[in-house]
Ligand binder design. Structure first.
Ligand SMILES: [Fe+2]
Ligand SMILES: [Zn+2]
Length: 396
């Protein structure tokens, strides 16, 4: 402890330091933090910048700090909460580990059964969402071959995101939406909605029938895996893919003209600003607009970088091809896994939906509170006797 911070020792070698102002600002007593709405009540700007605790005490369950004021204010912080939120030094949390994959994923692709997913807020639904989180995609088997059942499946994650293609969509290959997706042409690996400010988070689709023809295999590629290859082989190209924004458009229909905001667009690879971790892949070479903001000195280097990206993306080691059949739906994290298909003939009926990334993250967090961080984080609320979220939830 010094005049600015409290030090907490985890073992003989590991310590975390917490500033007094930080601790006071994060008090979670019911006067400082609304126990139901989980919103800050403490007036941050009334905390004296040079605040010192009157008393600091190590309890069995956590740290108790008494602050000076007309009536002394007592704050309590559970050890597990302090450790999870340690910023000096940051302590790595091992919450979800992403599993990067290439073509060999075909040996055991993540799959869950329709029936388990449809059980109310149960472990089957959690397993499905965890698979999507870890692998960036997951199959669902034994889905009734109807748009109605597929729509119910999508709604297990969250409400459907409506776009210019509709809400829950169903189509046959007839070029009805002014986009190559509605033709029988082959489509290279791409993410959807590069022309949106916030591309849809998840895409679910289900082949309902394919008659009088062949082809139309589904292609999945792990964008995070491909990015890791490029980073390893050509770090300078990885850097360009992370820096150069790409404008895009959806302009095949007369009544709409979509472009991202800001109009310069976003780079192929997006990262967490603090951790530097790769968080988003955006790539659809077909939907690119004019590269009018590209720095003259970078033109050749940037084309070389996307050439390398394309070649890693289309290498047999990266591509996972699967011939989907009616009854198996697939859900894809559109911020990570690219999809495509081979050309086909005959008549295909597909249905599916987009779901926002926020809806997915929300449902995953709720189920993690329930199944991972379990009941001791939940305290009974006095008024309603209904279980309520703990103020110590790791997501607050
Ligand atoms: Fe697509
Ligand atoms: Zn308080």
């Amino acid at each position: 402890m010094d005049d600015k911070r409290v030090a907490v020792g985890w073992d003989t070698r590991t310590w975390s330091r917490f500033h007094h102002i930080w601790l006071r600002d994060h008090c979670r007593c019911s006067e400082c933090f609304h126990p139901t709405t989980k919103q800050r009540l403490v007036n941050t700007f009334e905390i004296p910048p040079d605040l010192q605790p009157l008393h600091v005490e190590s309890k069995v369950d956590g740290l108790q700090v008494t602050w000076p004021s007309t009536t002394p204010h007592v704050s309590f912080y559970p050890w597990s909460w302090l450790r999870r939120n340690s910023y000096d030094p940051p302590i790595q949390n091992t919450e979800t580990e992403k599993i990067l994959w290439g073509s060999k994923i075909e040996q055991s692709p993540p799959t869950v059964k329709f029936e388990e997913v449809m059980t109310e807020e149960g472990p089957g639904l959690f397993k499905w969402l965890q698979n999507i989180d870890k692998f960036g995609f997951c199959f669902v088997s034994d889905v009734p071959v109807t748009p109605e059942a597929t729509e119910k499946l999508a709604e297990r994650v969250g409400f459907i995101r409506e776009t210019q293609y509709g809400k829950f969509w169903e189509f046959t290959s007839d070029l009805s939406k002014g986009d190559t997706a509605y033709t029988t042409l082959a489509l290279g690996a791409h993410t959807d909605n590069t022309y949106f400010t916030d591309p849809c988070g998840l895409q679910l689709f289900h082949l309902l029938s394919h008659t009088d023809g062949t082809g139309g295999a589904t292609l999945l590629v792990d964008g995070f895996y491909v990015a890791s290859l490029v980073k390893e082989l050509h770090p300078e190209m990885y850097d360009l893919l992370s820096r150069v924004p790409i404008p895009a458009h959806a302009a095949g229909e007369h009544e709409s003209l979509y472009r991202p905001s800001p109009p310069s667009g976003y780079p192929v690879l997006g990262h967490d600003l603090v951790t530097g971790e790769l968080t988003q892949v955006r790539w659809n070479n077909d939907d690119r607009s004019v590269m009018r903001k590209l720095e003259a000195g970078l033109v050749e280097d940037w084309y070389n970088a996307i050439r390398t990206w394309h070649s890693c993306l289309t290498s047999p080691d990266s591509e996972y091809w699967i011939q989907l059949t009616p009854g198996t739906a697939v859900i894809i994290n559109n911020h990570r896994v690219l999809h495509g298909r081979s050309a086909f003939n005959g008549k295909r009926r597909m249905c599916g939906a987009y779901i926002g990334m926020d809806e997915f993250q929300s449902k995953l967090a709720v189920l993690s509170e329930k199944f991972v961080h379990n009941i001791d984080l939940r305290v009974p609320e006095e008024k309603t006797h209904q279980p309520t979220r703990s103020v110590w939830s790791p997501y607050l």
